[in-house]
Design a protein around this ligand. Structure first.
Ligand SMILES: *[C@@H]1O[C@H](CO)[C@@H](O)[C@H](O)[C@H]1NC(C)=O
Ligand SMILES: *[C@@H]1O[C@H](CO)[C@@H](O)[C@H](O)[C@H]1NC(C)=O
Ligand SMILES: *[C@@H]1O[C@H](CO)[C@@H](O)[C@H](O)[C@H]1NC(C)=O
Ligand SMILES: *[C@@H]1O[C@H](CO)[C@@H](O)[C@H](O)[C@H]1NC(C)=O
Ligand SMILES: *[C@@H]1O[C@H](CO)[C@@H](O)[C@H](O)[C@H]1NC(C)=O
Ligand SMILES: *[C@@H]1O[C@H](CO)[C@@H](O)[C@H](O)[C@H]1NC(C)=O
Length: 265
């Protein structure tokens, strides 16, 4: 669009092309600079919603995990220093994980205080829905052309690291919300199935409560074999319970301030 405009005015009168070209260059330049800083600004702004932290220091330590590195060679442990700086701890009985149910779960935790996802804490909140990576030979943080297919990419490794940290602090009752519209609601290859589940240990964790979120056309219920596999994969001594709860009931309960969370399912 922009280049067509320039070309059009060139045809009409070449002497005035310099003005639109200059304006476009300025806009382009400002946009590029702004994009480069946008990621950091988002990071800092989201971080500042949590009081008592030095967000610039957190940013510096965060960046050290992946800048100037091959974006397919960033291990979860690269983020370890970040967890020294920003410890992660939810009160007992409030930890909730999700797999393929993100929107419903976040709607719930935003409205009710009784459950917390990792995205309700500083690090998860700051990086939720963002993409980032570094490149060898550069000090910069990139947000485009970041590899998503390789296992050891900076985004996947971060979520693995933060989920495992969150799981490791869980105590009492732990909740996981799974998607009853999927034929296999518990996926062993998911981050929850492959990394988080094994962080739950008895007697610190008493029980895993599976909330199978159903919709009208849901295909699965709590008798599904994949949930049997989940129960078997739980470490010894941890109780298991599964409840089928409709999405509309969860949404209704989230919006009913007088309704205690213990009665939502
Ligand atoms: C968590 O639940 C256990 C029982 O499962 C209870 O003994 C404990 O007091 C609860 N902790 C908190 C912080 O609510
Ligand atoms: C479950 O997955 C289906 C298919 O991906 C999706 O349409 C639905 O919104 C999901 N349900 C919840 C509660 O997130
Ligand atoms: C990275 O930044 C440091 C200073 O912060 C500088 O000394 C170094 O030359 C930079 N390296 C690259 C590759 O830009
Ligand atoms: C833990 O879960 C069990 C079973 O769902 C429930 O009876 C108990 O009240 C829960 N405890 C807490 C503290 O939420
Ligand atoms: C659960 O689903 C199976 C099929 O997947 C069905 O045979 C069974 O009747 C269902 N059980 C309940 C309680 O809805
Ligand atoms: C239940 O789980 C099994 C294996 O874990 C899966 O193959 C099956 O399709 C699932 N769903 C239903 C609706 O039976």
């Amino acid at each position: 669009m922009a280049s067509e405009k320039v070309r059009g005015s060139e045809k009409r009168r070449s002497s005035i092309t310099a003005v639109p070209v200059l304006i476009i260059s300025i806009i382009l330049g400002v946009t590029l600079i702004w994009n480069k800083d946008e990621f950091k600004q988002t990071f800092i702004q989201r971080c500042q919603k949590f009081s008592g932290y030095n967000c610039q220091t957190i940013w510096d330590v965060f960046q050290q995990a992946f800048v100037n590195r091959d974006p397919c060679e960033v291990l979860p442990e690269a983020y370890d220093p970040l967890f020294v700086l920003v410890p992660l701890k939810a009160p007992c009985n409030t930890t909730v994980f999700w797999s393929e149910t993100k929107a419903v779960v976040h709607d719930f935790t935003e409205k009710k205080d009784c459950f917390k996802t990792v995205e309700d804490f500083l690090l998860g909140s700051v990086l939720d829905d963002l993409v980032w990576c570094g490149k060898k030979g550069s000090n910069e943080t990139f947000t485009t052309d970041c590899p998503e297919q390789c296992q050891k990419n900076p985004v996947r490794s971060f979520w693995k690291r933060v989920s495992v940290a969150f799981g490791g602090t869980a105590c009492g009752n732990v909740t996981v919300m799974l998607n009853g519209s999927l034929p296999t609601p518990f996926n062993e290859a998911s981050m929850f199935g492959s990394d988080v589940l094994k962080t739950f240990t008895s007697p610190k964790v008493k029980q895993l409560n599976v909330v199978l979120v159903t919709q009208e056309n849901s295909v699965t219920n709590c008798t599904n074999e994949s949930l049997g596999n989940l129960k078997m994969k739980l470490n010894k001594g941890i109780g298991y319970r599964c409840s089928e709860v409709s999405q509309s009931k969860i949404e209704w309960c989230a919006s009913a301030p007088e309704k205690p969370c213990s009665l939502c399912w």
